[in-house]
Design a protein around this ligand. Structure first.
Ligand SMILES: Nc1nc2c(ncn2[C@@H]2O[C@H](COP(=O)(O)OP(=O)(O)OP(=O)(O)O)[C@@H](O)[C@H]2O)c(=O)[nH]1
Ligand SMILES: [Mg+2]
Length: 495
């Protein structure tokens, strides 16, 4: 056929995949779902033919070996339809020379005198031994973060800092942040393949368990990158979805998060499916993977509609609660702002409640409303809300629509800003942008600069009537804030 052929073999010697390539190379199928523990090799080796006499094993083979953590990559030379030299490449445990792999050569397949089972066991033990020193716990995720854009440095950095905060809020340890300047995105891999390989290799050697991309990955990109490397690959949206999934407590919150996750997943299942069918196509039409995927897609769609129905039922209750509240005639003040600005802490400070507040992004997903007594025996309702963030994932915004719509009831917004954030300007703009999209810019609002206890005295700017400087922790400025509320509310309420 004048085409390369290859097989993927497991440790038992069972052939898991047969690959038919072209004259120049083979494409390794998606083996990302074969997972093994940390510090272990893949348990699969790739053996393939090649025609180029002088080449031996090429760089593509070696990077596949390293990125996929294969047991071995073996190339058998073919000439005049007969097998010739065998090149046997395997990874090395960390060593002083910093060599990643070793290549053995044999003059003919029959001359390979390597007891593979024992050999690979020993190698794996060596590799694991070297990682014991790092005291790695199997449950902990460690990630490298990758930001690819042509934004100026300041913006790229801000974005990476925030991504690291998101990772921390999801209990992921960040090993390294990588900023890659790209003139335009590669539709197949986001970055150029060579650069991407370099980054992924770095991740592996640092002992990462996952790569997190700051840019959202399309179905094809996600699929391609996940196939290239034996690491989990996720993007910013998935990370935020994960935090939401961990934090949601109420029934409604949980449904909303699951809906967002499924909506995110659905198009990506299709992406995986197309890649699968393309590969399977070569060796006999539709593989089992494709049928399974169609089934998965159907099940996901069913689950989405059932969740949507359930949510509708719940939002009816919410509407009634809203109506009831309106009838009571109490003005509503909503505390809004960028995530982690101190909204819940402020609610607690003003009303003496004990709502969960913590130094992590999206601590609040199930917002609370409390009654607040203002000077002059005025009663109001004070509502905490879910924090905002730049580039809020679309699926989440759709899913949390009902919760967000409660903001329409507010007579006044307290826009809480973390005064200590070096990026506070951008954070204010991000919040205002969301208000604008929701047609809520006309609702009166007070800008509340919080956490001033952490600021040096002279950094606190002179106040203007729309702004107030407070510390929800030390109570500084809180009296001024309640005065402002009492002054502003009668006006606001008649609006
Ligand atoms: N030093 C200081 N820390 C504060 C102040 N207000 C809030 N914090 C801290 O900031 C962190 C975030 O506070 P939260 O009240 O959870 O913030 P949030 O805006 O509700 O955050 P999300 O619900 O995650 O959007 C917590 O660790 C608080 O203790 C303040 O005035 N001074
Ligand atoms: Mg909160």
């Amino acid at each position: 056929m004048a085409r390369q052929v290859g097989v993927i073999v497991n440790r038992k010697g069972i052939i898991r995949h047969v690959i038919l390539g072209d004259h120049h190379g083979i494409l390794i199928p998606d083996i990302s779902f074969y997972r093994r523990g940390l510090g272990r090799l893949k348990g699969l080796r790739c053996i393939h033919t090649h025609f180029n006499r002088n080449e031996g094993i090429n760089t593509e083979d070696l990077s596949d070996l390293a990125l996929l953590r294969l047991d071995a990559m073996v190339a058998i030379e073919v000439k005049d339809n007969l097998p010739g030299q065998v090149y046997f490449a395997h990874l090395l445990p960390p060593n002083p020379e910093n060599r990643h792999w070793k290549i053995l050569t044999f003059r003919h397949p029959s001359a390979v005198d390597l007891p593979f089972g024992d050999f690979i066991q020993e190698l794996e033990t060596e590799i694991q031994k070297s990682q014991d020193g790092l005291a790695i716990k199997e449950t902990e995720e460690r990630a490298i973060l990758v930001h690819a854009s042509q934004h100026p440095r300041f913006e790229a950095e801000r974005s990476l800092v925030e991504l690291a905060e998101l990772a921390r809020s999801s209990n992921v340890e960040v090993l390294e942040r990588i900023w890659q300047r790209v003139p335009h995105y590669n539709p197949a891999h986001l970055l150029g393949k060579g650069k991407l390989r370099e980054i992924l290799m770095k991740g592996l050697y640092l002992g990462a368990t996952m790569v997190i991309f700051d840019q959202d990955l399309g179905a094809v990109q996600l699929n391609n990158i996940a196939r290239m490397v034996d690491l989990k690959v996720i993007d910013r949206t998935q990370l935020i979805l994960d935090i939401f999934a961990r934090r949601a407590q109420s029934k409604e919150g949980k449904i909303q998060v699951e809906l967002a996750q499924l909506r995110y997943l659905l198009p990506r299942l299709i992406g995986r499916g197309t890649a699968m069918s393309r590969l399977m196509g070569g060796i006999g039409g539709r593989g089992p993977g494709e049928t399974k995927l169609e089934e998965d897609r159907r099940r996901v769609k069913q689950r989405i509609s059932s969740l949507e129905r359930e949510l509708k039922g719940l939002s009816k209750g919410r509407r009634e609660r809203r109506k009831h509240r309106a009838k009571e005639g109490l003005p509503v003040i909503s505390i809004i702002g960028y995530t982690n600005a101190g909204k819940s802490t402020l609610l607690n400070r003003l009303t003496g409640s004990k709502v969960f507040a913590e130094n992590r992004l999206f601590a609040t997903l199930d917002p609370t409303t409390r009654q607040l007594d203002l000077p002059g025996a005025k009663k109001v309702l004070l509502a905490d809300t879910v924090g905002f963030i730049r580039h809020m994932p679309k699926d989440l915004r759709v899913a949390f629509k009902a919760t967000m719509e409660e903001l329409e009831d507010a007579h006044l917004f307290l826009h809480v800003v973390d005064a200590t954030s070096p990026y506070r300007k951008g954070e204010i703009t991000a919040v205002e942008q969301i208000l604008k999209e929701m047609n809520l810019l006309t609702t009166p609002r007070i800008l509340v600069y919080n956490k001033i206890d952490l600021l040096a005295e002279d950094k606190i700017p002179a106040s203007n009537p729309e702004e107030v400087y407070i510390s929800a922790v030390t109570k500084e400025g809180i009296n001024r804030l309640t005065e402002m509320l009492a002054e502003r509310l009668p006006l606001a309420h008649t609006l």
